[in-house]
Design a protein around this ligand. Structure first.
Ligand SMILES: NC(=O)c1ccc[n+]([C@@H]2O[C@H](COP(=O)([O-])OP(=O)(O)OC[C@H]3O[C@@H](n4cnc5c(N)ncnc54)[C@H](OP(=O)(O)O)[C@@H]3O)[C@@H](O)[C@H]2O)c1
Length: 330
């Protein structure tokens, strides 16, 4: 078993998740890339244990993370068993269902059938009795929202999840309906997981972020580093071990256009003037909103997690810095 660092809670900032009783670490770790069957278990284990030692109590998964789908949950379950079993009560573990998982008509979408059967499969892969948060991963326009939210409510009532979450519900009207339905069922929505970063500001602009704040729902931003673009990773080309170089990586090299790289270089200069790495500045920028509970990062190396945690406690942005960033992003 892992012998956890006894000072692990001293340097992490925990932020309240909406108006709930739960606090999440300012930085959380997601297992979408680099924790699957194609990756090395030892490297996954090192990152998870180092994260926990740094006070990162929240680990985010989904049924389909891998590749192959399901393998990130299997690896996480194996690390839970070998190293973290005594620490279960110190962890917030999430999973999701909503993207295509397998073949056939019952492994995609938002019917009662899919999320509830998928949650059972996730629990079995991870060897857990419950997850802390269970998300519907993306809206399903072909299923009544009442049915999908009813499935989340059932998962909580069955004791298989402590809280309900939604992800990728970018339309504020749809998110507001989901919030209302869950509240009426007696299972208030804990958290929304949208993407939010310097290159993707939709939730600031379309009113979703203010809605979550008004409704007391937490917000955890996924891909706060734009899958690695908002870091120094690609300043000098595409490294062989980077996400953009991997055939199964979701970041395609053609997204690193000359215009994008020019923006990244200018942002990197602003970060240096603040005494931060670009990754740290990108995380501080997302966390500048009180409505954002946590940034949900990915990592391929322990050093990246250490760098991310270093973003917490950075000085607030001056109006001039925010203007300079906006100018680069315009
Ligand atoms: N709900 C959804 O639909 C959804 C969608 C996507 C993601 N997510 C969640 O969000 C999590 C994070 O997503 P993401 O991996 O795209 O997040 P991200 O933090 O934007 O990108 C992570 C990548 O950035 C690079 N990186 C991280 N820290 C770095 C540092 N300090 N310096 C240099 N490079 C650094 C690494 O790239 P290399 O691998 O190249 O080293 C790492 O794999 C996922 O694991 C998942 O839990 C949810």
């Amino acid at each position: 078993m892992h012998n956890a660092n006894t000072s692990r809670y001293e340097n992490m900032a925990y932020r309240r998740c909406g108006c709930s009783g739960v606090q999440l670490p300012g930085v959380s770790l997601g297992l979408w890339h680099n924790f699957g069957g194609v990756d090395t278990r030892e490297s996954a284990r090192e990152m998870i244990l180092r994260a926990f030692d740094l006070g990162i109590t929240h680990f985010d998964l989904a049924n389909n993370y891998g590749p192959p789908p399901g393998s990130a949950e299997e690896n996480f379950g194996s690390i839970m068993r070998s190293d973290l079993r005594p620490y279960r009560d110190e962890l917030i573990i999430s999973s999701k269902a909503g993207y295509r998982m397998w073949s056939g008509p019952y492994q995609d979408g938002g019917s009662r059938k899919y999320p509830l059967s998928s949650l059972d499969a996730s629990l079995s892969r991870m060897g857990l009795e419950y997850v802390d948060i269970f998300y519907h991963h993306r809206p399903d326009p072909d299923t009544p929202l009442e049915e999908t939210m009813g499935a989340l409510d059932s998962a909580v009532r069955q004791g298989k999840a402590l809280y309900a979450g939604i992800s990728n519900y970018y339309d504020p009207t749809l998110a507001a309906r989901a919030i209302e339905i869950l509240r009426s069922l007696g299972t208030p929505l804990l958290i929304h997981q949208p993407s939010y970063n310097m290159f993707r500001r939709e939730i600031e602009e379309n009113g979703l972020l203010p809605l979550l704040e008004k409704e007391g729902v937490g917000c955890i931003s996924f891909s706060p580093l734009a899958q690695g673009m908002l870091t120094d990773r690609y300043l000098n080309g595409i490294p062989d071990d980077s996400r953009a170089a991997k055939s199964h990586g979701f970041l395609k090299a053609d997204r690193l256009t000359e215009d994008r790289l020019a923006q990244i270089r200018r942002l990197n200069e602003i970060a240096s003037r603040r005494g931060q790495s670009l990754a740290q500045m990108a995380l501080s920028w997302v966390l500048r909103h009180d409505a954002v509970t946590s940034v949900l990062i990915g990592a391929s190396k322990v050093s990246q997690i250490e760098d991310a945690v270093g973003a917490l406690g950075a000085p607030d942005f001056s109006a001039e810095e925010l203007r300079a960033i906006d100018e680069v992003l315009a």
